[in-house]
Design a binder for this molecule. Structure first.
Ligand code: RNT
Ligand code: ZN
Length: 417
């Protein structure tokens, strides 16, 4: 039997099984397909960028040296376009300011405009993607050690304040040109390796700086901005200025979004448990879906319990319009295009599976029938989800053999770099 026919057969069976549980599979596929997931451009080149740096600093690290790293913006765009062809559903592209193309012009991060990103916008338009954005507060000579916006040095702060402002302006241009909101995420590595004597002064300065960055009135619907919290970094183990309480508090106070990165908490803490709490007090959340393994290691996301729980929390609570889902990981030890495709497909799988969750589970809880709740939760785990996924991919024109396609691209393109 042809693979396509097998997929259709499996789908017919799955559809009937789900219908029996009261789930409309067609509606679920339609809903899941339309939820945007932002693919992080930085997986393709080990977070180096094209604006002058050749090493990654700022408390984050890639490990591995698998061949094929994108060395130019053209190579990165070609890899992104190929990865996108393997990923079903609405995809956005998440950019970082260090991916500026200066074209020989002497311009630094405090003075970037849309000009340095116009190629990216044109590419995004071609690919039918919206863009999200991140200022780059790392890998740059103007960093004061690991300090940026909260440095004790006024010139350093000025430079990075201006950078923060430019990124909102660029985000607005992205949104206008592409007709889709651009979420701009602020992550600053500022912190200390060892026991900190004065934890207050840097936070005072951070607040002053951020107040300047966010002083201009820019439409929040078009350019929602988020502050990303973090517990620690590599070489910044003891103290982070923009910790959880700091970033969340600042976001609440200023009406900004809060960015939750799955790798930025104590190893036993999960961000799925935080979503419905923080969304009581902020309008929007930006997600950096990542996979910490013992530390903020930024492994490729797998279809594990936490990924499912994150998507369940978003979809079953109706938060999809208030949450900007983006991925954030960087693995240099495997084929980088496969790293994108595997992670992005996993995100979409978890979204689809959330859309397929039987309403009877929550209903049982409302009726205080905890026996049924448990039994149904366990039944859900073995529903024929894979058959729906295969059919969904096929109807979206996505290859049913992702791995073979990736290997071919590696042979034709990546291995020649
Ligand atoms: C670092 C943060 C941050 C970066 C990206 C590259 O720990 O997670 O989001 O990973 O901006
Ligand atoms: Zn992150």
């Amino acid at each position: 039997m042809k693979k396509e026919d097998l997929i259709v057969r499996g789908y017919e069976y799955a559809k009937a099984v789900y219908a029996d549980m009261g789930v409309d599979v067609e509606a679920a596929m339609k809903k899941a397909d339309a939820i945007p997931v932002s693919m992080h451009c930085w997986q393709g080149d080990d977070v180096i960028g094209f604006d002058g740096s050749d090493a990654l600093t700022g408390g984050i690290q890639t490990t591995g040296n698998y061949p094929g790293r994108a060395r130019t913006a053209e190579e990165l765009r070609s890899d992104i376009a190929f990865a996108k062809s393997l990923i079903p559903g609405e995809v956005k592209l998440n950019m970082h300011a260090c991916y500026a193309e200066k074209n020989g012009k002497k311009v630094d991060r405090d003075a970037y405009t849309i000009e340095q990103f116009q190629n990216w916008v044109d590419f995004a338009k071609e690919q039918g993607m919206g863009l999200d954005f991140n200022p780059t507060y790392f890998s740059h000579p103007k960093m004061d050690g690991d300090f940026s916006l909260s440095s004790y040095d006024a010139d350093t702060r000025r430079f990075w304040i201006e950078h923060g402002k430019r990124c909102r302006e660029i985000g607005l241009e992205f949104a206008k040109q592409l007709g889709k909101p651009c979420a701009v995420n602020y992550w600053m590595p500022d912190g200390y390796k060892d026991v900190t004597a004065d934890t207050k002064k840097h936070r005072d300065l951070m607040t002053e700086s951020l107040d300047e960055v966010f002083a201009a009135d820019i439409d929040k619907k078009l350019v929602p901005c988020g502050i990303e919290s973090k517990l620690f970094g590599v070489g910044v183990e003891s103290y982070t200025v923009a910790s959880h309480e700091y970033s969340y508090g600042y976001a609440v106070k200023k009406g900004l979004a809060y960015t939750l990165d799955a790798g930025h908490f104590h190893p036993t803490e999960v961000i799925s448990a935080k979503l419905s709490a923080v969304l009581q007090f902020v309008d929007n959340v930006i997600l950096h879906v990542s996979r910490p393994v013992r530390w903020d290691s930024d492994h490729v996301i797998i279809l594990d319990d936490e990924l499912q729980k994150i998507m369940d929390e978003i979809i079953l609570n109706g938060f999809e319009s208030r949450t900007f889902i983006g991925l954030d990981y960087f693995d240099a030890s495997i084929n980088r295009v496969a790293a994108w495709a595997v992670g992005m497909r996993n995100a979409r799988k978890a979204i689809l599976n959330a859309c397929l969750a039987p309403a009877a589970i929550r209903q049982a809880e409302y009726e205080r029938d905890y026996t049924s709740r448990l039994a149904l939760q366990e039944e859900r785990k073995t529903l024929p989800f894979g058959a729906v996924w295969d059919y969904y991919c096929m109807t979206k024109g996505i290859s049913t053999d992702m791995l073979t396609d990736v290997k071919q691209y590696e042979k034709d393109v990546l291995s020649k770099r």
